[in-house]
Design a protein around this ligand. Structure first.
Ligand code: SAH
Length: 249
């Protein structure tokens, strides 16, 4: 758990520290960063290079295209970050376990992760094992580097930190938190291009509104994410708590 004195912290190891805070410096996350509700440290992996050219990468053993981040340089960068043993050590990687809302909730509840951002063809396998890095993917597509993936993960965590979101409740009702996608939202104007807001939402009957939203959320989930729907059905059938890190976070 985060102590009362130390805010939640993300320590990012990257070849491009100037990319941070980037989008995390504006809006919700940015205001929270400025007011000390969380902390961000972006450390340059290149500072741990030891040769004259400060090289961080080399050609893949066994041949093939591109370059690979060196094990010794990256290990030195991780060691220099001097992370408390209770903090998760993540490596953003398309080979990792796909990030889910349930993993985000866990990460937000802790003291904050170390996040290694790969570049080029990735990182030497030996450092992943030697420093016990947990590979985390943000989806089945390939980015050119781990920084944007790290930002996505940090953003998802930060909005859950106490005091960051305007209304405490808005984190509990939304997509994934109950294994369902979120129901449709409406606001002014009352009629838009001939389309009125569904009448029930204006009825003031909270129970009816809640029932309508539940039904909409279920219909959306069934149609768009049969995988989530099936997992929810299975979970209800067995009455068991769903396993960690499944897609129905
Ligand atoms: N050759 C590698 C891809 C390297 S992409 C492979 O096929 O697996 C370069 C870096 O971008 C990776 O080391 C990783 O840090 C980051 N990256 C790319 N896609 C990502 C994804 N879907 N999720 C998280 N990180 C990703």
């Amino acid at each position: 758990m985060a102590s009362t004195t130390e805010p939640w912290r993300a320590t990012v190891l990257t070849l491009f520290p100037e990319m941070f805070p980037g989008p995390l410096g504006v809006s919700l996350a940015g205001k929270a960063l400025a007011s000390g509700l969380w902390a961000l440290q972006a450390r340059d992996i290149r500072d741990s290079a030891t040769d004259r050219h400060r090289s961080v990468d080399d050609t893949p053993a066994g041949g093939g295209p591109g370059m690979v981040l060196r094990a010794d340089v990256l290990a030195a960068a991780i060691d220099a970050a001097d992370i408390a043993p209770d903090r998760p050590r993540l490596l953003m990687s398309p080979r990792g376990r796909p990030l889910t809302q349930s993993r985000v909730v866990e990460l937000a509840a802790g003291s904050g992760p170390l996040i290694v951002c790969g570049r080029f063809e990735g990182v030497d396998q030996r450092v992943i094992e030697a420093r016990r890095l947990e590979e985390v993917s943000i989806g089945d597509y390939v980015l050119s580097g781990g920084e944007i993936a790290a930002m996505a993960l940090i953003d998802a965590c930060v909005r859950l930190l106490p005091g960051v979101m305007g209304k405490l409740a808005s984190g509990t009702d939304e997509s994934f938190s109950g294994s369902l996608l979120e129901y449709p939202q409406y606001t002014r104007p009352q009629t838009f291009e001939g389309q009125p807001i569904p009448e029930i939402l204006l009825s003031g009957d909270h129970a009816k509104v809640a029932a309508w939203r539940q039904a909409e959320a279920e219909a959306l989930t069934r149609a768009r994410r049969p995988d989530l729907w099936a997992a929810k059905q299975a979970q209800q059938r067995t009455g068991q708590k769903r396993p960690k890190n499944t897609t129905d976070g």
